[in-house]
Ligand binder design. Structure first.
Ligand code: O7E
Length: 211
């Protein structure tokens, strides 16, 4: 139910934090900072050390051919899921889904999301219901929006919510509103004791979620 957003640059630091907290998390999300800092092979290394599933959060937003070229290498490196932007359209999203499991963005957690992305949520939900990704991203900073999305999304599509902790969202509220997974970065990896920070969040949500 907890996904660690491992947004550090250094390989050794990333591996240490991942091993420290693996008992309390379900998956690891790797974003550009870690890929730029440590190389794409970090995906396979994290998988080998933790035996957890890895989400490559590339937020792909290109034409189908370029999305496909990138996705091929990233799934090849061991990623279990790739996160894609929905606003580029169905053809670009499907180009990635043809190669592996995807997670689509239907809303984002930061204030700027209100300008262009979030007003299109209904269209993105409709697209997700048609495409059937593993999951969608919804804002952990806005539990009422998680509820809104849950009510309209096909039951089997999971909801993953970032914005917990450092951005102000609360783990238990996101889960109560319908999130299947909460995504937590700084509140764990910037903590003096990442293991203890992960344990606390785990204790907060464990009664609420089955995953
Ligand atoms: O704020 P933190 O440190 O807990 O980290 C949050 C992580 O979730 C970070 O990797 C960020 O890039 C990501 N994220 C958001 O914060 N907000 C969003 O709306 C979407 C994501 C995200 O994971 O995107 C996946 C599409």
């Amino acid at each position: 139910m907890i996904i660690l957003a491992l947004d550090v640059y250094e390989k050794d630091k990333a591996l240490k934090i991942a091993e420290d907290v693996k008992e309390y998390i379900s998956m690891i999300k790797v974003n550009w900072p870690l890929i730029i800092g440590s190389g794409l092979d970090i995906i396979g290394e994290l998988k080998k050390r933790t035996r957890l599933k890895i989400i490559a959060d590339l937020k792909l937003a290109d034409i189908p051919n370029t999305n496909r070229l990138i996705a091929k290498k990233v799934y090849g490196a061991g990623a279990d899921y790739i996160i894609v932007h929905s606003f580029v359209g169905k053809d670009s999203v499907l180009a990635v889904k043809e190669l592996g499991e995807i997670i689509m963005i239907v809303e984002m957690s930061h204030p700027g999301a209100l300008e262009f992305i979030n007003p299109l949520t209904d269209k993105f939900i409709e697209m997700a219901n048609e495409i059937q990704p593993f999951g969608v991203i919804a804002p952990g900073t806005r539990p009422e929006r998680i509820k809104y999305i849950r009510e309209r999304l096909n039951e089997e599509i999971r909801i993953l919510t970032p914005g917990i902790g450092a951005q102000g969202g609360k783990a238990s509220e996101a889960i109560k509103a319908g999130a299947d997974y909460i995504i937590v970065g700084r509140s764990i990896y910037s903590s003096e004791n990442p293991r203890e920070a992960a344990r606390r969040i785990y204790e907060e949500v464990k009664g609420w979620s089955s995953e």
